[in-house]
Design a protein around this ligand. Structure first.
Ligand code: NDP
Length: 786
């Protein structure tokens, strides 16, 4: 018999295993295999594949491999259920979501054990983190359904949502996707990951149990091919994906030109920054919660520790000491800290990446782990910033440690990645921590904390970590279709421009040609060519024929003008008011210019007048369109900051050459972006005249860059350019598709519209939609209260 003295010798916990009996019974009942959940019922099992418990290697279930026909049947069920579901009042939908939340709560032990057996994560985490967050998500979104009409007037759902989720938080990722989709009035076809489909199937049972109308939720199991059938289905209106950046890019290309809504929550390589004045013990626990949580299979895991040189040795010592105390082993054991890796394939990936790192000179410090599908918690030192371990998402319990000297170093190391999902910052100097939070390019930033989540705060990335948010108001907006402009039709293809030799030119010389506007200066086009602009009476002037090189120069100038985004909204507003006043002072010239293109006096006056009003409107918005403070936890608040995207490429419509240009560049500028704009191809001179106005209005050089020429050619260079953060394109349907396809390169955000006929003079030409497109939300978590 163990006596107290024995226990005191080691202070070890006794075993406290969670019983799997409840789940074993359920699995035994389904020993013949699971079908898909389509139209409110399970299909018969077919084309079965095995699902294993990674901790034991044992097969625990057989699940159907979804074929294209299954996906089609699910989409049809979702389509036919959607109008009825959307026609319910928000209150009625809310009641279903409340019922789901309550039933998940009632089955929480079952779901936690099932998740642990299917995924390998410690029961402590599935019980205390995953399932409670699932419940919270459904309650929160029940609330959104209730108040949807008040909070999002005129909003309408997308229709059918195709959702594909990964294996690291199987039920939680389902909740993040299903709850807002249903709250908004969409119906769903969801594909869980091949390794972890079981809690989604159990959830389908809950949907059935609460009487969710048939077809509102459909679950099709299978592998990547099934996923591709969901995301590529022609009758799916919105695609939401969480998974690797590689597959995210495939989906971006696959959905290009389809008009489907798209949100991508992708990989990360998030920095964990420890300043010299940080509470080092707390920061060590932060690392535990960051990278040794969920076996490091966390997209936002702080997988790169950047520590101030002055405390690096001490911090490493503390961390290694803590590492040695972590218990890796049976996920069902309540004292386990690190469970099993999801699958031998993933284990192999972790091993192989670590081996490559070691070959590059990295030094490993590892804890203990049993044999089988387990990987020991690992700290890696002597890692160069270019090492594979510092650049690749490992998705395992492996963290690198690198030192920095100054806060500037820390920021530059933190941002030295193609990703931008999260960052964790540790310092007792709150000024410093918040200053760094502002400079780190990441969608979620935790100050003196790590891996905190709440349904009330948005989650999602910058750069190649994807776009769109899940959770919070912005997450809700992602499940609502944007108000469609009342009138829109595609522009027809434009003929290629015929360059004239620059010298001599009939009707003028190159010196009288409108030049490009790059970095605050007029610039001759690299090609030396110009092209004639048709007017009411023959040619009304010559414009420069810009090319790839001009676009590259313009992007470079825009990149250098980053200070614009750091200015206060008030300062930007002052500059923009000045632009409006200066345009007003010269309005007669602009009216004449538009008349010279063949417009009537009345139409020209109306276009100029509306342009001036529009500039005032966006100037007024510059210090008003802002974020929110979420009360996410009793001890934290979350600041949802609207940040500029960076450099936006803008391809303007042909019509309304002044107003179309102003309507697009102004919201971008008001929110702190820099732009490289391609004005109306046929009548760019109204836009190039504006650079005299910009010059006299204190717009810093490089904030607005204007390159005239062939819209499609110039757009292609912009859409492919890695330093361009977003691309807006208002032209042909085919042009829009090409922009979306090319944007997959660096996953730039796109806004494409075959919108030549958007009514730029009316309400469709201005509004908050434009401002939303010009911003992304960074959620900064800071300690607040007890
Ligand atoms: P994937 O991105 O391949 O998988 C995510 C989901 O997408 C799964 O349901 C998968 O199905 C499905 N899928 C795969 N290919 C396609 C496709 N062409 N079209 C539509 N859906 C598709 O991630 P993996 O599971 O393969 O993991 C690979 C690596 O990705 C990991 O090692 C990790 O580094 C990273 N990863 C990152 C995640 C994140 O949230 N950041 C999450 C998961 C993985 P199936 O499961 O059947 O393959």
């Amino acid at each position: 018999m163990t006596i107290i003295q024995d226990i005191l010798k080691t202070m070890d916990y006794g075993p406290a295993p969670e019983s799997p009996a409840i789940v074993d019974d359920w699995l035994a009942e389904h020993a013949d295999g699971f079908g898909h959940f389509i139209g409110g019922a399970f299909t018969g099992p077919s084309a079965l594949f095995e699902v294993t418990n990674p901790a034991t290697g044992k097969v625990i279930a057989k699940v159907s491999q979804g074929r294209a026909e299954d996906v089609d049947a699910a989409v049809k069920a979702a389509r036919s259920a959607q109008p009825g579901w959307a026609a319910l009042s928000g209150h009625e939908r809310a009641r279903y979501l409340y019922a789901i939340a309550r039933h998940v709560q009632q089955h929480s032990r079952f779901l936690a054990v099932l998740e642990t057996i299917d995924n390998g994560k410690p029961i402590r985490e599935s019980r205390d983190i995953d399932i409670p967050l699932v419940v919270r998500h459904f309650y929160h979104h029940a609330g959104w359904a209730e108040i949807l009409e008040d909070e999002f007037p005129d909003a309408r759902p997308h229709g059918v949502c195709g959702q594909v989720i990964p294996w690291n938080f199987p039920l939680l990722m389902l909740a993040w996707k299903v709850a807002p989709a249903l709250a908004a009035g969409n119906t769903v076809v969801l594909k869980p990951a091949e390794y972890t489909p079981l809690t989604a199937l159990a959830f389908a049972g809950i949907a059935h149990e609460i009487g969710l109308p048939k077809g509102v939720l459909n679950i099709v199991t299978g592998d990547g091919e099934t996923g591709a059938a969901v995301t590529g289905h022609k009758d799916v209106n919105k695609v939401a994906f969480t998974g690797s950046t590689q597959v995210g890019k495939i989906i971006r290309r696959q959905t290009a030109g389809s008009g489907k809504g798209l949100t991508l929550e992708l990989g990360g390589k998030s920095p964990f920054i420890v300043f010299a004045d940080a509470d080092l013990d707390a920061a060590v626990e932060g690392v535990v919660d960051s990278i040794w949580f969920n076996q490091g299979e966390v997209c936002c895991a702080g997988s790169r520790i950047l520590v101030a040189e002055a405390v690096a040795e001490r911090f490493e010592q503390l961390l290694r000491r803590r590492l040695a105390t972590l218990i890796a082993g049976d996920p069902l054991e309540k004292s386990t800290d690190v469970g099993a890796v999801v699958h031998p394939v993933q284990l192999e990936r972790i091993r192989s990446l670590v081996e490559q790192g070691v070959a590059e000179g990295a030094v490993l410090h590892q804890g203990e782990a049993p044999g089988g599908c387990f990987y020991p918690p690992t700290l890696v030192t002597n890692v160069q910033p270019a090492s594979i371990l510092a650049t690749e998402e490992i998705f395992g319990p492996v963290v690198t440690l690198t030192t920095f000297r100054t806060p500037e170093d820390a920021v530059s190391l933190a941002n030295n990645t193609r990703y931008g999902l999260a960052a964790s910052i540790w310092s007792e100097n709150i000024n410093l921590a918040i200053d760094i939070a502002a400079q780190v390019r990441a969608g979620v930033t935790w100050v003196n904390c790590a891996n905190l989540f709440d349904a009330g705060a948005g989650f999602g990335g910058y750069r190649e970590s994807g776009f769109g948010r899940e959770g919070g108001r912005e997450g809700m907006r992602a499940y609502l279709a944007e108000p469609r402009p009342k009138s829109r039709s595609s522009e027809s293809d434009l003929p290629a421009l015929k360059p004239y030799p620059s010298d001599p030119v009939a009707g003028g010389t190159i010196d009288r040609t409108a030049k490009l506007y790059i970095g605050g200066k007029q610039a001759r086009p690299d090609s030396g060519y110009v092209y004639p602009i048709a007017g009411a009476k023959g040619n009304s002037g010559l414009a420069s024929l810009g090319n790839r090189k001009d676009i590259r120069n313009a992007v470079e100038a825009a990149c250098k003008a980053a200070g614009w985004g750091a200015q206060t909204g008030h300062n930007r507003a002052q500059v923009l008011y000045y632009v409006a006043e200066n345009l007003a002072a010269r309005s007669a010239e602009f009216v004449d210019r538009l008349i010279s293109f063949g417009q009537t006096k009345k139409a020209a006056e109306s276009e100029v007048e509306t342009s001036i009003r529009r500039i005032f409107w966006y100037a007024a918005q510059a210090d008003k369109f802002d974020g929110a403070v979420h009360q996410t936890k009793s001890s934290h608040v979350t600041l949802a900051m609207y940040e500029p995207l960076g450099v936006i490429g803008i391809a303007c419509p042909i019509r309304m050459p002044l107003l179309g240009f102003v309507s697009l560049i102004l919201p971008a500028l008001a929110m702190g972006n820099r732009v490289v704009a391609v004005p109306s191809q046929t009548h760019p001179l109204a836009a190039t005249d504006l650079y005299q106005v910009l010059d006299t209005s204190d717009i810093p050089g490089g904030v607005v860059n204007i390159v005239t020429g062939e819209r499609e050619t110039l757009t292609k260079t912009l859409a492919n350019h890695d330093a361009v953060d977003a691309m807006w394109y208002f032209g042909t349907k085919d042009g829009g598709r090409k922009v979306e396809e090319a944007s997959a390169g660096n996953l730039k955000q796109t806004w494409v519209e075959d919108g030549a006929a958007r009514d730029w003079l009316g309400a469709d030409g201005q509004g908050r939609t434009f401002l939303h497109h010009a911003t992304q939300v960074k959620n900064i978590w800071i300690p607040y209260g007890e």
